[in-house]
Design a protein around this ligand. Structure first.
Ligand code: BGC
Length: 773
């Protein structure tokens, strides 16, 4: 979509095109980590997806895997002018502009509409989801009539929604005082979660009447307005959502003594009724008005930007905008308010992947929080801890010890929710069978690794003692019991897995999986030894009671010592798995050039027979554990696997870009960064289903860990920047062991200073170990 225009703080389009709408709905999605609203435009457009989600409210529809139900829509408006429905086409309007303001999350559209009878109306539509009060959405519609006209506006709460046909709700209460308040409550069939939506519309117009508009699963106000020449008609709509799963109303126990769930809740909470609270908030916000709530939300956004903004000094606006676009989405997709939930693969911006959580969180999104707001990183890990009982059940189900975290995760007690089939298979004409739920087990070590990185950056012993040690021990026990003895080779193998590259299924000894598993077991052993040395007998006893790992130490050690770890071959290439390097090659030119998708020509089963990668795999390993191999091996593997990777996943370009940057291949790295940053911003068709959450974290990682070269060496942060030629400098903030540093890197040096302006200093290019020293 070359039509997207980027500014330092904005993303916009200046032409209406129905074909772009699905992508725009995702890109312009609004939210606050609790609520997520796809930016389907106010007026009806055929094919639009009017999705509204609330994090964590998973429900299963008649035996299907859990998903976030699509909630009733409060943003849709039906406007008629002299009986003609306002609907854009290529001929009936001019001066079109739709803009997402990244600094405060406001979306604004305006255009001049011409009716078939030739009447002109200036239309402006604005909306935002509050970052101040997470239950609140605000919307404003302004119509300026150039000639008198009879208008009708229908506004309200429309529960006639589904998730691609799956209906999640029973009908609840409906109540409307037209032009004053609208209320709809409903309940999810399977989970029993109750929801309340309330709207308070306020119309400013000379002459109008308002009547009730009620139908099955729908409630609203129908305005009839006699508009004067030159009159501006303004409709403000305050909408509020509450659910019985919100921490304030939930009666589940928190295992965390330090912050019980209810204390993590914010926002006003006046009664024990979600319906009353929704009504009260909508009425309050309507009274205060759109501008007031926007200002408050804008202040909350400012606080976010103060901590997270990345400033790229360059003449090319694309890179700055991509960084802020990523940061904007990172914020609106992350449930920072509640550790019972995590981030979905599409955030809250679309139904794809059913808003499930993947390894994307720990390996792509985690760093951006860990090094800017570690408290949020901690919450993301505590979500995993809450799913530990289910992970233990999953391990036991496969006859293993310890815990195996689900490949796809939803509500904390749902366990594994990976569906068994997916997209169409071009060969069989049936849905592709999905094996990731049973085979893509590397997620277990990814989570353990994130726990380790969290501790390394924060020294949060309380977290480790309450959750972290247990998570590392349980995952290690799983790996040790999953490995199978190979008498011939005198080693332990891990068979039947899928590594990060999902075009290689049912493989043995995937390098990424095995190295991560080996790290995981060794880390468990190191922890046990460290606790023993520190004389933590009570803690060890407690951990033994919970996990049984202390008495399995020798057994784990044996596995750790003899686990198969694929070594570089004579060319220096690390085999992705046992079979990979012996498979035939495929000419990937048509697919690497873009345009043609490999899955339109082959099915996954066929691709498994070639040296073709969907996404970074060995390179993922080398990027996550850069100290495993010397630089020449990293380079050889980067080149080998880059040539064979079609980057069919949004989790790929950024990993290759970061690795190339660290190798000093700045031009190559920048080329890949532009691809990574363009996954959504260049308007690829796959964005229609929602933005690519991991790609947003990937943009952050490319900039901070790739170009700026931030890494942790021997437990201390270091920087070795390789900035793209067109960047003069890049600045960002970085938190290490409770202290925040402002860092600026340019082509000559790295400057850093503690927040507050003290101890600013200059460092020559290369490693600076000052933070945390
Ligand atoms: C990728 C996975 C990823 C998932 C969700 C898949 O296409 O292959 O690595 O976790 O999408 O983003």
């Amino acid at each position: 979509m070359e039509k997207i225009e980027l500014g330092e703080w904005s993303v916009s389009v200046s032409r209406w095109d129905r074909a772009w709408q699905p992508q725009m709905e995702s890109l312009f999605c609004q939210g606050n980590g609790y609520l997520g609203v796809r930016c389907a435009v106010d007026e009806p457009v055929p094919g639009q997806k009017r999705d509204t989600f609330i994090a964590g409210t998973y429900d299963s529809c008649f035996g299907e895997v859990s998903e976030l139900p699509n909630l009733p829509d409060v943003m849709g408006k039906e406007i008629t002018i002299d009986g003609e429905l306002l609907q854009l086409n290529g001929r009936n309007h001019e001066d079109y502009c739709a803009m997402l303001h990244l600094e405060n999350g406001l979306v604004e559209r305006h255009f001049t509409y011409r009716t078939e009878q030739g009447k002109q109306v200036k239309v402006k539509m604005e909306r935002f989801v509050s970052l101040k009060n997470r239950h609140l959405l605000m919307q404003r519609l302004s119509l300026i009539l150039e000639e008198p006209a009879e208008l009708e506006i229908r506004t309200g709460i429309n529960g006639q929604v589904s998730n691609s046909g799956a209906q999640h709700f029973t009908e609840g209460t409906r109540h409307c005082v037209p032009g004053e308040r609208e209320e709809l409550s409903f309940q999810a069939w399977d989970s029993g979660v109750r929801f309340a939506a309330a709207c308070a519309p306020r119309l400013t117009a000379g002459s109008y009447r308002a009547s009730i508009d009620m139908d099955r699963r729908r409630i609203g106000t129908h305005y009839h307005i006699s508009g004067e020449k030159g009159e501006e008609i303004v409709l403000e709509n305050a909408a509020a959502f509450y659910t019985s799963r919100d921490a304030e109303y939930w009666d589940g126990e928190s295992p965390f003594a330090d912050t019980p769930f209810k204390e993590t809740a914010c926002g006003k909470h006046k009664s024990l009724s979600i319906v009353e609270d929704a009504n009260a908030l909508a009425a309050e916000a309507a009274k205060a008005g759109f501008d007031h709530s926007l200002k408050e939300s804008g202040e909350a956004w400012q606080r976010y930007w103060d901590l997270h903004d990345i400033r790229i000094d360059s003449d090319e606006v694309f890179d700055s905008c991509a960084a802020r676009f990523a940061l904007y989405h990172l914020r609106i997709m992350t449930p920072v308010h509640d550790e019972r939930m995590n981030i979905g693969a599409k955030g809250l911006s679309g139904e794809a992947y059913k808003c499930h959580t993947f390894w994307d969180t720990e390996m792509f999104l985690f760093s951006s929080w860990l090094y800017t707001e570690p408290e949020v990183a901690r919450r993301l890990l505590r979500y995993r801890y809450l799913t530990l009982p289910k992970a233990k059940e999953k391990a036991a189900q496969y006859g293993c010890e310890g815990a195996l975290f689900p490949w796809e995760s939803a509500w904390i007690t749902d366990g594994e929710v990976t569906p068994s089939e997916g997209a169409p298979d071009v060969v069989t004409g049936k849905p592709i069978p999905i094996y990731t739920g049973t085979q893509e087990i590397h997620v277990n070590a990814d989570i353990a690794y994130a726990v380790h990185r969290y501790f390394e950056a924060t020294d949060d012993t309380a977290f480790m003692e309450a959750c972290g040690y247990e998570m590392i021990l349980e995952t290690a026990l799983y790996w040790a019991s999953r490995a199978e003895w190979n008498e011939e080779r005198k080693q332990y193998d891990i068979h039947g897995v899928i590594g990060p590259d999902e075009y290689s299924e049912h493989v043995s000894n995937n390098a990424y999986t095995n190295y991560m598993a080996s790290w995981n077991i060794n880390e468990a052993l190191r922890i046990l030894e460290m606790l023993r040395q520190a004389g933590k007998a009570d803690l060890l006893e407690e951990l033994e009671k919970k996990t049984g790992a202390v008495s399995r130490e020798v057994w784990m050690k044996d596995r750790a010592e003899k686990l198969a770890l694929p070594k570089p071959d004579s060319r220096g290439i690390i085999p992705q798995d046992e079979a990979f390097l012996n498979l035939p090659e495929l000419d990937l030119t048509p697919f690497k050039k873009g345009g043609r998708k490999i899955l339109e020509s082959f099915n996954v089963e066929q691709l498994c027979g070639y040296q073709v990668l969907k996404q970074a795999d060995v390179v993922m390993l080398l990027s996550s554990m850069p100290d495993l191999f010397p630089e020449d091996i990293i380079l050889k593997n980067y080149q080998y696997y880059e040539a064979r990777c079609v980057h069919d996943s949004s989790l790929s370009f950024n990993v290759h870009s970061m690795t190339a940057a660290r190798l000093g291949m700045t031009e190559e790295s920048f080329r890949l960064f532009r691809k990574a940053a363009g996954v959504d911003l260049n308007g690829g068709l796959s964005s229609a289903e929602g933005i690519h959450a991991a790609a947003m974290g990937g943009i952050w990682q490319c900039i901070v860990l790739g170009f700026a070269g931030l890494s942790v060496k021997d437990g201390r942060p270091a920087m070795e920047p390789h900035l793209p030629e067109s960047w003069r400098s890049v600045s960002f903030s970085f938190v290490w062991k409770g202290e925040r540093f402002e860092i600026t890197a340019d082509h000559e040096e790295v400057r850093y200073g503690k927040t507050g302006g003290c101890s600013k200093g200059l460092r020559p290019v290369g490693v600076t170990d000052e933070p945390g020293a």
